[in-house]
Write a protein that binds this ligand. Structure first.
Ligand code: SDX
Length: 428
């Protein structure tokens, strides 16, 4: 007999089915609740509400576990390539060598963007934030590939759109940086792997001296893998709900980029470095800033700290913190921000306020320090997050369509004015 949940309303008892996932997570299936009782549930911010079932990523917030299609993030970050992980997330299994070669070749063939798109870049002011540029450029891709407007055109067409997007996002990201610097655009190089090619488009100049540092390429590969998916976070949920209206993939991902931009989400990695710089300029008094973060009358929050799901530690932060020490040592970079970050972490983790609320460093706390060390400018940090998260967003979008999920349309509880008569303006 499968488990059920009983609720009593108005003297009646109603039974609702309980569903259990493959990792023994349980949920009360409330799809029949309103029909049975006239009631809905309310959970602002969906803190305790599941929006779907999914087989892509498993998180255990209490135990700091993160797995992509069952593979622990620690193993993937150490042993896989980013495109291998992208394939795993999107198609569900680790690729064979032949599958990976075909996937990589298809992506390599689509790294160029239509020459007309260069005019869009030139219309942006130099101070344009690259996330604003990227969100609009990705949505604009749909205008160059009108056949992509129907997301249900069949597997080959869907895969072509997916490969085009994975191939073009690094180009669009690098060009948004070059445009801001008013430097000449560098075209993709088919003789370079995904990460080296991105770095080359970011930092090479037509004069030809630049060569991507293998230490930096390896660090970037690891960072992109660590950001590749995170189940139903704010931006993935945005991609799903936009895609649930059967809007095309480019429009759905553009919405995900916009959601990621917020400082409470992916924008936190930029906000962390800006916070560390502010603390450094203020004399490095971490106790003062931890006190500000605890003060309810002070809007300041410790950016890069806290998480909706991880109430123990974010396994990605643990890996990135270790990579910080390794990459900065290999590059011979001595960044005082790292010392401030470590002191901030230590003070916060010993403080009752943070312990009581289970606030620990999240993926954004240390990532900016590595990005800074490998030469990525601060305003590009959230773009780096989007580059990493792209395969996860695509996997979530694809699963939502393949599962036949309905259009997302939550209910509400109305708390506004009751019915009232219109009053002519002369009498107001
Ligand atoms: C990402 O969901 C994902 O998976 C996201 C992500 C992904 O990979 O997609 O992991 C990426 O977005 C990581 C989070 C990056 N954001 C930040 O670092 C911004 C700083 N963090 C917070 O704003 C906050 O912790 C959130 C937004 C991350 C989580 O917020 P919640 O779950 O809604 O928690 P909350 O705001 O209700 O906070 C609970 C309590 C509150 O205090 P009380 O009202 O109980 O007294 O903790 C406090 C908050 O004031 N709190 C903080 C804090 N974070 C929470 N206090 C000081 N500094 C902080 N950073």
């Amino acid at each position: 007999m499968s488990e059920t949940a009983k609720i009593e309303l108005g003297g009646e008892t109603f039974e609702l089915p309980v569903i259990e996932g493959t990792e023994n997570e349980k949920a009360i299936d409330i799809k029949s609740l309103r029909g049975l009782t006239g009631y809905i549930t309310l959970d602002t911010g969906f803190k305790n509400t599941g929006s779907t079932t999914s087989s892509i990523t498993y998180l255990d917030g209490e135990n700091g576990i993160l797995r992509y299609r069952g593979y622990p993030i620690e193993q993937l970050a150490e042993r896989a390539s980013f495109l291998e992980v992208a394939y795993l997330l999107i198609y569900g299994e680790l690729p064979t060598q032949l599958q990976l070669d075909e996937f990589t070749n298809s992506i390599t063939q689509h790294t160029l963007v239509h020459e007309d798109m260069k005019q869009f870049f030139e219309a942006y002011p130099a101070k344009a934030h690259p996330m604003g540029v990227l969100a609009s450029m990705v949505c604009s891709l749909s205008t160059f590939y009108p056949e992509s407007l129907d997301p249900n055109r069949g597997e080959d067409a869907k895969n072509l759109t997916i490969h085009r997007l994975i191939a073009k996002l690094p180009t669009l990201a690098a060009w948004s940086y070059k445009n801001a610097m008013r430097h000449p655009f560098m075209y993709p190089r088919n003789d370079m792997d995904y990460c080296a090619n991105f770095l080359n488009m970011m930092f090479a100049m037509p004069t030809g001296e630049y060569e991507p540092d293998p230490v930096v390429v390896t660090a970037l590969n690891k960072l992109l893998i660590l950001h590749a998916d995170h189940e139903q976070n704010c931006s993935a949920s945005t991609v799903r709900i936009v895609g649930s209206s059967h809007a095309n993939l480019y429009a759905s991902i553009s919405a995900g980029i916009a959601a990621l931009w917020g400082p409470l989400h992916g924008g936190a990695n930029q906000a962390v470095i800006e916070m560390l710089q502010k603390i450094a300029e203020d004399g490095g008094d971490v106790d003062k800033w931890v006190a500000k973060a605890k003060d309810k009358d002070d809007p300041f929050r410790l950016m890069g700290f806290g998480h909706r799901v991880y109430k123990n530690f974010d396994p990605r932060a643990t890996i990135i913190k270790k990579a910080c020490d390794e990459v900065l040592a290999k590059l011979g970079v001595d960044d005082p921000m790292l010392d401030i970050a470590k002191r901030l972490e230590q003070v916060a983790l010993e403080d009752e306020y943070f312990k009581e609320r289970n606030l620990y460093p999240n993926v954004d706390f240390y990532s900016g320090i590595i990005y800074k060390a490998i030469g990525i400018p601060t305003e590009m940090f959230t773009v780096m997050f989007a580059l990493g998260r792209l395969p996860g967003w695509i996997a979530q979008w694809k699963e939502m369509l393949e599962n036949g999920d309905p259009i997302g349309r939550p209910r509400q509880i109305y708390t506004g004015a009751n019915e009232r008569e219109y009053v002519n303006i002369a009498n107001r």
